[in-house]
Design a binder for this molecule. Sequence first.
Ligand code: UDP
Length: 235
Amino acid sequence: MEKREQMYEGKAKKVFATDDPALCIVSYKDDATAFNGLKKGTIRGKGVVNNRMSNYLMKLLEAEGVPTHLVEELNDRETLVKRVQIVPLEVIIRNVAAGSFSKRVGCPEGTPLACTVLEYCYKDDDLGDPMVNDSHILAMQWATKEELDTIAKLTYKVNDVLKAFFKNVNIDLIDFKIEFGRLPDGTIVLADEISPDTCRIWDSTTHEKLDKDRFRRDLGNVEDAYEEMMRRIFG
Ligand code: UDP
């Protein structure tokens, strides 16, 4: 397998073609952005943490029956993945109130929710990733009814697996964002990443934040938080 030209550069990752049209290579950067690109910075070592943590969790999810894009970790920052067409949705699960949910409904961060909340945002930077509902998605044909049913089912499953996994390392999974892709045969698979960039993860005892909110909110010890997540997962 041979690395070829860069196909795409996003805020936190680059994607490269390979000599196999069905596969590409994702390369994780240390660049961090927040507030739709308004705040920019670097978190030293983040790319390594996100690459390794995301692959670890995707493997765990595969073992639990969630299909993913993961093929093989190549090195500290690069992973071989199946080429997919990304469904243009950010799929968000909330177990505890935080972030934009707390703002929108006027509920203090850290408040437990009576049931799990599932949200969708339409992936469009120019529009600021607006929250949309099932009928918006069907009306705009961003996904079919069947695809959306699959996405919702898989997302709740991801939540169950991740919540239990993090609880074992004394972490509460507050909320997270995932993305899905379509394989050429139409199969929906988990894609993108699962990392402290895309999850809110709080120490169960101290409630210390171990995620990108440390960067977004200038809480300090940003690198330490990512390193701490590495230690909890890999020892
Ligand atoms: N999230 C993300 N990418 C985004 C927006 C949100 O990964 O572009 C994650 C975020 O890290 C959090 C969850 O989705 O774990 C819910 O985020 P929220 O809607 O509260 O938005 P935020 O407060 O991050 O703007």
